[in-house]
Design a protein around this ligand. Structure first.
Ligand code: UDP
Length: 426
């Protein structure tokens, strides 16, 4: 098995000085100084699709620019492995289905094979999510400190599957979760630190895009730019509830028959279920020519996602379960009115009625969309407040600061990292 190095290009911290506060930039420089030349490795399951890849394309080059020798490698896996890791992912979010012995063996076998391919040495190895979590058993000597970065909600896990992972998770030096509520109440896990992820305001997906450029781009996908559009940008996944979005849109159309719907979702290669759910979504759309179901297979990349977000009169993220919901952060950053499920990290981002709408059903979702269409001015004011909230809490420089603080903490520099939130014993 071979680990694949991801080429992330270059980014410069100095480009962020106009966006982040001066205090934060100084803090980053101070924290980076004692870490100069340290080697950092990020391990993840995919370089494409979903929030983890999204974050690493920015975080890795910025860590480099801060003076750390940082790499990102993707583990090797085939469908038999990703079928198992998807079952683990679902179980960790509460699905009762456990793992057969054969599935457990597949998980161990791929993790061991990938671990054996890791022959060099790092100061910090950061393992993202469950797929590579067991590599530590066979590659401990490749990292002086191992950190498990969990991007999903572990508050109500399938205990059996969490217990299966527990021996590995316990052997890390630290774990990191998006929210306090996600830290599983389970003895013997490594110390947990809490911080939310972030978006890169300068990446093509989030950079300023003029409304006419956004319209020009979505026009090429067949959208009628003279009629309103609402969109959900999401993987095709039951937890993201694209079928509920279609139902809500159908209710909305009773009042606003001219509104179009776009469901834009990339297909991640570690998500074999995605196709199945994509097909179900297409079936639910039932050939309606005002529903646009698009993905990277239609050449929807970052700039196109940006265009759909900028062009939409409202953005939807009707998640039932959600780790954090970067699409919500992205939508708020573009000052678009957001309607999102009252789930997971979404509630840390949207103050209901203040900066967007939190909904718990198809009917509520349709009602919120209706309000946005009927009160565009008020909705715009709310969305602008949402943008300011994102500026303060969820942009990449803050995320870099948190990582540097943790590295300092783990190397014994206790004075650094006072701002880190440490969970109680896990
Ligand atoms: N995304 C994308 N293209 C798509 C669908 C999603 O680039 O067609 C991106 C989206 O913009 C966001 C990320 O994938 O940056 C999804 O992250 P999120 O935290 O919302 O959900 P996850 O997929 O990690 O559960």
């Amino acid at each position: 098995m071979q680990l694949q190095q991801v080429n992330v290009g270059n980014k410069s911290l100095s480009d962020y000085t106009t966006i982040a506060s001066r205090g934060l930039m100084e803090q980053i420089r101070g924290l980076a100084e004692p870490l100069a030349g340290k080697r950092v490795l990020h391990l993840s399951a995919t370089a494409f699709g979903g929030g983890v890849a999204e974050i690493l394309y920015t975080l890795v080059p910025l860590m480099r620019d801060a003076g750390l020798e940082t790499e990102w490698r993707v583990i090797f896996g085939q469908d038999e492995f990703f079928d198992v890791t998807k079952a683990i992912h679902n179980a960790l979010q509460g699905n009762p289905r456990g793992l057969s012995e054969e599935e457990q063996a597949i998980f161990r076998r791929y993790n061991q094979g990938n671990a054996e391919a890791l022959t060099d040495e790092f100061d910090f190895v950061i393992v993202h999510d469950a797929q590579p979590a067991a590599m530590i058993e066979h590659a401990r000597e490749a990292g002086r400190r191992w950190i498990w970065r969990c991007h999903i909600d572990l508050s109500t896990p399938n205990r059996e599957v969490l217990d299966f992972l527990r021996p590995w998770l316990a052997s890390y030096d630290a774990t990191v979760f998006h929210r306090q509520a996600y830290v599983p109440s389970s003895d013997g896990l490594a110390p947990a630190y809490i911080w939310p992820p972030a978006i890169d305001p300068l990446a093509p997906k989030n950079m300023a895009l003029a409304p006419e450029d956004a319209a020009y781009i979505v026009d090429q996908f067949g959208i009628d730019v003279d009629r309103p559009l609402v969109s959900q940008i999401s993987r095709f996944d039951p937890w993201k509830d694209p079928l509920g979005v279609i139902e809500a849109w159908r209710l909305l159309r009773k009042n606003h028959p001219n509104v179009q719907l776009a469901l834009v979702g990339s297909m991640a290669h570690d998500d074999p279920e995605g196709w199945d759910y994509y097909n179900q979504t297409v079936a639910a759309a039932d050939g309606d020519s005002d529903i646009f179901i698009l993905s990277n297979l239609n050449n929807v990349g970052s700039v196109e996602v940006n265009a759909f977000q900028v062009h939409s009169v409202a953005l939807i993220q009707k998640s039932i379960r959600e780790g954090f919901g970067l699409t919500v952060t992205e939508g708020l950053w573009k000052a678009r009115p957001m309607v999102a499920g009252r789930a997971g990290g979404i509630v840390d981002q949207i103050q209901d009625g203040e900066t967007g709408f939190l909904v718990e059903s198809v009917a509520e979702c349709a009602e919120a969309l209706n309000t946005i269409l009927e009160q565009p001015h008020e909705s715009r004011v709310m969305a602008l407040r949402g943008k300011e909230y994102v500026r303060r809490h969820f942009l990449t420089p803050r995320l870099l600061r948190d990582w540097l603080a943790l590295f300092n903490r783990l190397t014994g520099n206790d004075a650094a990292g006072d701002e880190l939130v440490v969970s109680g014993t896990v």
